[in-house]
Write a protein that binds this ligand. Structure first.
Ligand code: ZN
Length: 402
């Protein structure tokens, strides 16, 4: 039986131990087993510790068949005594996130009867799944406030193994997942919870707890939060973003939202003005097209080829021409990666633009359609627009002749 120093005192960072076993795991990684260890193995939602044994990096720690395996970067030199040192920054972070979760979960439960049914400690944020269907910033704020009050009151945290008789008397927040060696973590006057992780001696070591947001997840609410040093990292990151945003908008932090609203409203207004100006330009362009129309039978033949012009603009121009000139037959192209064609006709012309487009499209391997007044089609094609125009014109002449 190995002595778990992390249970005896979670603040132990350095220790010496005797080697009692070693081997190679299923992934081909060398490992050692010690008579005692401060290295916490992955379990109960808390990740493993890293660190070193006799200067060799410990890259993973697992409990397999009741034995704690220290998985090493390289095998240890032949030795009986080992000195170990854990990465305290990583361990403290795990203790802060993990214990912060106890406190925040208990706060949600005590205030709103919202039980925690899931927990995940990520490398940046921590989440709990609450068995509730909705959450508001007001309620989340109340839970956060209670949790931080428990932190700042610096209450004593006592983990201990209890017998099943005593277990029945304790008001546990959730049932233990194991049936023997049940370890209960008590936060003085606040919470009792079964847990096999490592915890600081007092709640003050958890540091500030901050709820960042939440989302709906499989009928529950998944709350994202951070604790301790991570809270400062998040604050720093948000501060940088805020600093950039206030600099770009030449705004104070408090007026930032109002200034963003103002800029968005200005943009909307400018887009409207730009749209109106574009329509005026299109009207001039339509007039110029009509003035340069070529007589074709009794109709006014108007044909233009543009490069990379948006289809909605071609349609608008074609419609304007047809609305202004009752005898117009219009065929507009946009060339580029894709060839777009718009056909339209004035009210005096006996022609279905839709039928005409349907006759043109097979020539370029494309599809199209529309009404009798205006239609469009397109394809990715190597055929030059001038050839398509000639083809379309032949079809048009045949149609107008009938
Ligand atoms: Zn715990």
């Amino acid at each position: 039986m190995q002595h778990k120093l992390y249970y005896q005192d979670p603040y132990i960072t350095e220790f010496t131990a005797s080697l009692i076993g070693q081997g190679i795991d299923d992934n081909g990684r060398p490992y050692v087993i010690l008579n005692q260890t401060a290295f916490y193995p992955t379990g109960g939602g808390q990740p493993y510790d890293t660190g070193e044994l006799n200067g060799t990096a410990v890259i993973d720690v697992e409990e397999v068949g009741g034995q704690i395996r220290h998985i090493l970067e390289h095998p240890l030199e032949h030795t009986q005594t080992v000195s170990g040192r854990i990465n305290w920054k990583r361990r403290l972070d795990h203790m802060q996130q993990h214990t912060g979760q106890h406190i925040l979960s208990a706060s949600f439960e005590q205030l709103f009867c919202a039980a925690t049914v899931g927990f995940h400690m990520g490398s940046e944020i921590v989440t709990i799944d609450l068995a509730i269907s909705d959450l508001s910033w007001d309620l989340a704020g109340q839970a956060e406030e209670l949790a931080n009050r428990i932190v700042f009151e610096n209450r004593i945290i006592t983990p201990r193994f209890v017998e099943s008789e005593e277990l029945k008397e304790l008001p546990l927040r959730k049932a233990p997942t194991v049936t023997e060696n049940i370890r209960i973590v008590t936060i003085e006057g606040f919470d009792h919870n079964p847990c096999g992780g490592t915890h600081p001696a007092r709640t003050g070591d958890v540091g500030p707890i901050k709820v960042l947001g939440w989302e709906k997840n499989k009928g529950n609410i998944r709350v994202e939060f951070v604790c301790g040093a991570r809270t400062l990292q998040v604050l720093d990151k948000k501060q940088r973003i805020l600093r950039d945003a206030t600099r770009l908008l030449i705004s104070s932090e408090t007026e930032l939202a109002a200034n963003i609203e103002r800029v968005l409203a200005e943009r909307k207004n400018l887009e409207k003005q730009l749209g109106e100006a574009n329509d005026k330009l299109l009207a001039y362009e339509a007039d110029a097209c009509i003035a340069a129309a070529v007589a074709l039978g009794g109709a006014a033949w108007i044909q233009r080829i543009y490069s990379n012009r948006p289809l909605p603009e071609l349609q608008k121009l074609a419609k304007m021409i047809a609305d202004k000139e009752a005898s117009a037959v219009v065929l507009l192209f946009s060339t580029g990666n894709r060839t777009q064609v718009v056909a339209a006709r004035g009210t005096e012309v006996v022609l279905s633009a839709g039928d005409w487009i349907k006759e043109i499209m097979p020539f370029i391997g494309g599809k199209g359609g529309g009404s009798a007044a205006i239609a469009q089609g397109g394809a990715v094609t190597e055929i030059p627009a001038e050839e398509i125009v000639q083809y379309a014109l032949d079809k048009l002449k045949a149609k107008l002749a009938t």
